[in-house]
Design a protein around this ligand. Sequence first.
Ligand code: ADP
Ligand code: ADP
Ligand code: ZN
Length: 211
Amino acid sequence: MNLILLGAPGAGKGTLAAILIEKMGVPSISTGNILREAIKNGTDLGRKAKAFMDEGKLVPDELVIGLLKARVAEPDCSKGYILDGFPRTIPQAEELDRIAKIDCALSLEVPDEVIAQRMSGRRVCLKCGATYHIENFPPKAEGICDACGDPIVIRADDKPEVVQSRLATYHETTEPLVGYYRAQGKLKAIDGTQGIENTVKFAAEALGIEV
Ligand code: ADP
Ligand code: ADP
Ligand code: ZN
């Protein structure tokens, strides 16, 4: 199954993806994680993407479409994948329709008021991409990634003023994708405000998979 996770920044896409990969046996692809890794490694892609990301703006379509195409062509994607953070614009969705058959777009509905609490407590591991929350989903040892032992950090773009700009970009440019996939009969929307366990339950029900 090829699944898209839609939702505002901080809606819980990455957290849900990390749980669904176990249940569905397919990898998840986070364009945000790939871009952050490129920045950390100082690659050409990272240098081009950094200024946009620091300001809470989208990275240009041609850059992300290029990296996405290369990633889905890798062998581990042959049985399907979960897309977390792609597509984010109508041209990205149209390009995706040309290269893949999407089965479902699952939208996590979380109002902007809830996003601020999610973002202010978010901590991430830049090594393995794992995501935590200081209150909602703390790591076992404070400040340390459960999965790989690296220190966990606050993302550069999780500052309140950048979060506001990312939310504005979301409503203007990404939210229209809800209508795009609804028109294709592929949209499933779930309440993303009810804690991680319930979100997983609602997602599994919507997708018809076992939890
Ligand atoms: P979040 O988890 O908060 O939704 P991501 O990690 O998915 O954030 O993305 C972080 C940043 O990376 C975005 O604000 C944007 O600058 C860039 N980015 C990630 N995916 C895309 C995409 N599909 N198109 C354009 N920019 C992207
Ligand atoms: P996204 O990938 O959509 O930007 P994340 O998965 O990174 O969102 O989640 C944003 C923050 O909210 C993280 O700190 C995460 O631990 C926390 N979180 C995720 N899902 C939930 C949920 N259902 N309830 C409460 N907190 C959540
Ligand atoms: Zn880690």
